[in-house]
Write a protein that binds this ligand. Structure first.
Ligand SMILES: CC(C)(COP(=O)(O)OP(=O)(O)OC[C@H]1O[C@@H](n2cnc3c(N)ncnc32)[C@H](O)[C@@H]1OP(=O)(O)O)[C@@H](O)C(=O)NCCC(=O)NCCS
Length: 141
């Protein structure tokens, strides 16, 4: 017998929120000004599979703090989260990332011209992820 995974996109409970905050630290993701209402999650029944965040800046929207639990990776969970956050965004969407190849597959393009809030994020990201040159990417809304 095979069991199929069902992926439900929803918002975090307070229990999920505690887990998400720990995972954000563990995966060295953006933990700046975390707020539960910015997040969506994917669950299979009661099990948290992944999470992601839409930050609304004055000059753009930003996807950040994307994480999928290791045992659930490469099943399309990250893609589902990004696609849902893109739907929710009102402006052009940016991401600052050290894995640009992943986001190219989801329609984002590398860009050298970006809003001031993304310049700040790029500098913050160097401190958080320890990477010299995180890539700024954009998806037109
Ligand atoms: C990156 C991450 C969110 C991907 O989530 P996922 O649910 O496993 O991804 P999906 O199932 O949607 O996509 C899988 C595809 O992406 C590719 N992929 C996965 N991780 C990748 C990476 N780090 N770099 C490039 N491609 C990657 C896979 O090879 C696969 O490609 P295919 O469709 O051609 O076979 C997940 O690996 C993760 O949580 N990593 C740790 C935290 C992190 O790096 N977050 C992003 C910070 S910007």
């Amino acid at each position: 017998m095979t069991t199929e995974s069902v992926f439900n996109v929803t918002i975090p409970t307070t229990i999920d929120w505690g887990i998400i905050k720990d995972l954000i630290k563990e995966y060295r993701l953006d933990d700046n000004n975390l707020s539960i209402d910015q997040f969506i999650i994917v669950k299979n029944e009661q099990t948290l599979l992944g999470f992601g965040r839409l930050k609304k800046h004055l000059d753009c929207d930003e996807v950040s703090s994307l994480g999928v639990l290791p045992q659930n990776r490469n099943k399309g969970v990250g893609k589902i989260i990004i696609e849902e956050l893109v739907k929710q965004a009102a402006k052009n969407i940016y991401i600052v990332t050290i894995i640009p190849d992943y986001f190219v597959k989801l329609g984002f393009e590398k860009t050298c011209q970006f809003p001031a809030s993304m310049m700040t994020k790029q500098n913050d990201c160097k401190d958080v992820c320890g990477c010299d040159s995180p890539t700024v990417m954009m998806l037109k809304k």
